[in-house]
Design a protein around this ligand. Sequence first.
Ligand SMILES: NC(=O)c1ccc[n+]([C@@H]2O[C@H](COP(=O)([O-])OP(=O)(O)OC[C@H]3O[C@@H](n4cnc5c(N)ncnc54)[C@H](O)[C@@H]3O)[C@@H](O)[C@H]2O)c1
Length: 317
Amino acid sequence: MNILVTGCGGFIGYHLCKKLILDKKNIIIGIDNINNYYSTKLKKNRIHNLKKKNFIFKKTDIKKINSLKKLFIKYKFDYVINLAAQAGVRYSITNPRNYLENNIGGFFNILELCKEFKTKHLVYASTSSVYGDSIQFPLSENLNTDKPLSFYAATKKCNEIMAFNYANLYKFQATGLRFFTVYGPYGRPDMALFKFVNSILNNKKIDLYNYGNHHRDFTYIDDVVDAIIKVTFKKRKEYHEVYNVGNGNPKSLKEYLSLIEKYLNIKAKTRKLKKQVGDVEKNHASLKKIKSFITYKPKTDIKDGVYNFIDWFKKYK
Ligand SMILES: NC(=O)c1ccc[n+]([C@@H]2O[C@H](COP(=O)([O-])OP(=O)(O)OC[C@H]3O[C@@H](n4cnc5c(N)ncnc54)[C@H](O)[C@@H]3O)[C@@H](O)[C@H]2O)c1
């Protein structure tokens, strides 16, 4: 099977490809534009680790339909997994155009090509941020999601609507996965775990927004990869669906931080700040819908997950 994974140099894309290449029947074509939103060295190292006979890397941009089309012609993808995007809630407040061009323009190219080449299944990344500041928990997929707090969330909600339309109009299967605060080794430098550990080890102050009272449904990368793979290969009669991919057990940022302090055996210096524009206060995934579709049971407890990250971080640095 030929599988296109976009954003393979990114955190989730890397781990996904790593798992997919273990099956020798899969030929994985990974693409990434290796942009400099965060360390390009980290992205290149991830791609370097993917070197295997059945993995082909192409430095390509999903905004460039002609180069993407050449890949669709050459490899006739059975499955397309679109993880390439401009991620990050806070960055979208200052750089909205990046999100418009990559997340909406780039995703439109992916939809057009899946339509033209009759891809069996398009799986794409959405986000828990589409729920905005909900007062109903756990967050289930049938809640209203038309009041995003950030432009990032707005672009991901657009993806869901665009995919619903293309999948139903042109009759192919498409699935949006709403990821909930994914963490683990090789994680993103702009996210809490990486920033906290890095700051503590470098004796720097940590900014704790909303005074550390944000709650996040931290979801370990291996559980996310397991969900993506099971969803991708499962057939369904509905052309389009969205599923939460979370852990189902939210923790406060303060609890998360004390776990880090315990493992590092260092007390963090913190700067307690008010909530930032665009941030949601709490997320907590309902897993009912995804569990009714695939066998999904998040296996990694936050204690093990944070430990694994720190273990990796110390070796990597
Ligand atoms: N990590 C999370 O907690 C989380 C939560 C919700 C949703 N998501 C979504 O999941 C997806 C993967 O997230 P991640 O954490 O791995 O982010 P990431 O930034 O590590 O990975 C995205 C990758 O896509 C690449 N990319 C960006 N624009 C591109 C373009 N136009 N063409 C080709 N490549 C491009 C980047 O260089 C990067 O390597 C993203 O769509 C993100 O919005 C992630």
